[in-house]
Design a protein around this ligand. Structure first.
Ligand SMILES: Cc1ncc(COP(=O)(O)O)c(C=O)c1O
Length: 409
């Protein structure tokens, strides 16, 4: 399914993509304000469609009030909006509304679940993570292990970005925390396989969906994961919005934040989930924006977006490989990104030169130091696509990378 006007757009230089990305791009005002912008840093954060900006502005213009506190008309509206967003997100991923917890980002959500589960762990219990993890799904588990005496086992990077999680799962395993999609490799481990092995030994499976949800979707009713988290700003929504899906069975874990809006009786009788996990004033305007972003995204078929992004990945890979000294790090089947190094050139130099050419990409360790170590690099360059990118962006990328080579030879 294409949104509006279904014509295929063919780039004159690099071939094919059938997705109507040019029409999609018109929904994102930044590209009108900055027509030369070649934004290929979407794994870091995505641009926002006008509907998202309007939804945030509308909240402040028409119904700005705090939630769960006031009884006047606009406060009731804010309350209604807040709970409606929860219901929409629950419906989107196949959860119950009370299983959706609002956080400020994926990192806070990961800390919430790791902190909450830490008290259920003991010496000799094992937590399995992979070398593919972003620090957001790595450091909170190291911390939980430090506090509980549990052991963190890190599964090694295998061929083509794979990692064998299943063989690390045994009777001692209590938690398996894995990424749905690595922010460097553009792929993730087989969740069904992991679930099967984990459920056999009664281990909980936690999924980092921060990258995966926008490219592959997430259905917690199909995949019986125990918890999953993602972040609004990577799916065309506002910064400062994050979601933790916490299966009802885990709602007894301790909150991470303590304060207003989470207490039934002093000193420690908490409200029921999800409110017990949402102390303090939430980002209601941001959630209005997130709701608009999800509605926007849901107009499209996630498989068609992934297909489009894969065709851009293919083009970028083919063209990059023609450039001397380029070494690709991410595998061929990556959904939406290409990570690479140019031998003899630091990734920050590549990013700076590309930046001068108006091509926005990411360089560095990508908050994935275990993966950088496994790949034998200290830093890498990442090009990441979203649905508004097209073959022209790849052309500009390639000519900018050629410039880097000219400067450094
Ligand atoms: C795989 C993955 N997990 C978690 C995060 C953390 O997201 P946030 O910074 O929004 O908390 C990121 C951000 O890049 C990510 O790529």
């Amino acid at each position: 399914m294409q949104k509006k006007g279904n014509e295929a757009k063919i780039s004159p230089v690099l071939a094919y993509t059938m997705f109507d990305w040019k029409n999609v791009k018109k929904d994102f005002p930044i590209f009108e304000k900055r027509p030369d912008l070649v934004f290929l840093d979407n794994a870091s954060t995505t641009q926002k469609p006008l509907v998202v900006l309007d939804a945030e502005r509308d909240f402040y213009l028409k119904s700005n009030a705090n939630v769960h506190r006031g009884v006047y008309e606009i406060a009731a509206k804010a309350d209604q909006l807040y709970e409606q967003v929860r219901t929409e997100i629950a419906e989107w991923i196949g959860a119950k509304p009370e299983e959706i917890i609002f956080t400020k980002n994926a990192t806070e959500a990961a800390n919430l679940i790791a902190n909450g589960l830490a008290t259920t762990l003991g010496v000799d219990d094992e937590i399995v993570v992979t070398e593919l993890e972003h620090h957001a799904n790595f450091l909170p588990w190291l911390e939980a292990a430090k506090r509980s005496g549990a052991i963190v086992k890190i599964t090694k990077l295998g061929v083509n970005g794979g990692t064998d999680v299943v063989s690390e799962i045994n009777e001692k395993t209590k938690i398996v925390a894995v990424t749905q999609m690595s922010n460097v490799m553009g792929i993730g481990p087989d969740i069904n396989e992991i679930l099967m092995a984990a459920k056999k030994v009664g281990a909980k499976v936690i999924l980092d969906s921060a990258q995966g949800i926008v490219h592959s979707g997430l259905r917690v009713d199909q995949h019986k994961i125990d918890a999953a988290f993602f972040t609004g700003h990577k799916l065309f929504g506002p910064m400062g919005t994050g979601i933790l899906f916490l299966r009802s069975e885990l709602s007894g874990i301790n909150p991470l934040l303590f304060g207003g809006g989470m207490i039934k009786e002093l000193p420690d009788q908490w409200l029921d989930t999800p409110h017990k996990f949402e102390a303090g004033t939430p980002n209601v305007a941001g959630l209005a924006g997130l709701s608009a972003a999800i509605k926007y995204l849901r107009q499209f078929d996630v498989k068609e977006i992934a297909e489009h992004e894969r065709s851009l990945v293919k083009m970028a890979r083919e063209e990059l490989l023609k450039i001397e000294d380029v070494r690709l790090l991410s595998p061929q089947n990556a959904t939406s990104m290409v990570s690479f190094v140019i031998e003899g050139v630091h990734s920050h130099d590549i990013a700076s030169i590309l930046g001068e050419e108006g091509v926005c990409i990411r360089a560095g360790h990508h908050c994935a130091k275990p993966l950088m170590n496994a790949l034998g690099v200290t830093a890498s360059t990442r090009v990441s696509f979203a649905m508004y990118n097209g073959p022209e962006d790849v052309e500009k990328l390639i000519s900018a990378v050629k410039k880097v080579k000219e400067i450094f030879t």
